[in-house]
Design a protein around this ligand. Structure first.
Ligand SMILES: CC(C)(COP(=O)(O)OP(=O)(O)OC[C@H]1O[C@@H](n2cnc3c(N)ncnc32)[C@H](O)[C@@H]1OP(=O)(O)O)[C@@H](O)C(=O)NCCC(=O)NCCS
Length: 164
């Protein structure tokens, strides 16, 4: 039920991302919130920029999405979203474990909003460790292409590999 992105999934990915991203509304800085949270052009740019998306389907419908992006000597987990109606059923875990198994580097990083405790909890539950603010700033500037404002309001976690 996990598939690599194909052209037929593009619209469905947008639907899942923009449904799940509602969790950010009122939680992340107001100036970083937008609707839709991810426009089609941004998804296209992310794919062209090297994010490899995987989807989780149920009865042929995409219900979750997650991306992996090799950048130099690290691998980034990008854009993790499960439909609001399907969250907390272990789908994110299945996708994350799949992507972790694909990573070709020792170091696997994920960035998220510092005001998204549920996401931080999700990654910590699956073997990621929250890095210091100093490390976070350095890594975000080195491996991510995001605005300065987002750097100041994000956290980075590193996969240390211990089982749940
Ligand atoms: C983060 C996310 C992708 C996890 O997907 P999922 O399919 O719900 O993941 P799982 O069911 O495998 O894991 C659930 C675990 O994640 C954490 N979690 C997920 N949603 C949570 C919530 N609303 N409140 C608290 N913890 C939450 C918990 O650790 C939870 O475990 P628990 O139910 O035993 O407490 C999903 O919640 C989501 O799309 N959230 C909104 C967007 C987002 O924050 N994305 C992260 C971008 S980096």
């Amino acid at each position: 039920m996990i598939h690599k992105l194909s052209n037929t999934h593009f619209q469905a990915i947008l639907t899942v991302v923009n449904d799940a991203a509602v969790a950010y509304k009122g939680e992340i800085p107001v100036d970083r919130w937008k609707e839709p949270y991810m426009p089609a052009q941004e998804l296209q740019e992310e794919i062209e920029g090297g994010v490899q998306f995987y989807v989780y389907t149920e009865n042929g419908c995409v219900v979750a999405v997650m991306g992996i992006q090799p950048v130099g000597d690290v691998t980034l987990i990008r854009h993790a979203y499960t439909l609001t109606s399907h969250q907390r059923r272990g789908i994110g875990e299945k996708l994350l474990n799949h992507l972790l198994s694909l990573a070709q580097t020792d170091c696997i990083l994920v960035g998220t909003w510092e005001t998204a405790p549920w996401a931080i909890k999700f990654y910590q539950k699956h073997g990621f460790t929250l890095l210091s603010k100093e490390e976070t700033n350095t890594l975000l500037k080195k491996y991510w292409d995001i605005p300065e404002r987002q750097v100041g309001t994000s956290v980075v976690l590193e996969y240390k590999g211990q089982p749940k």
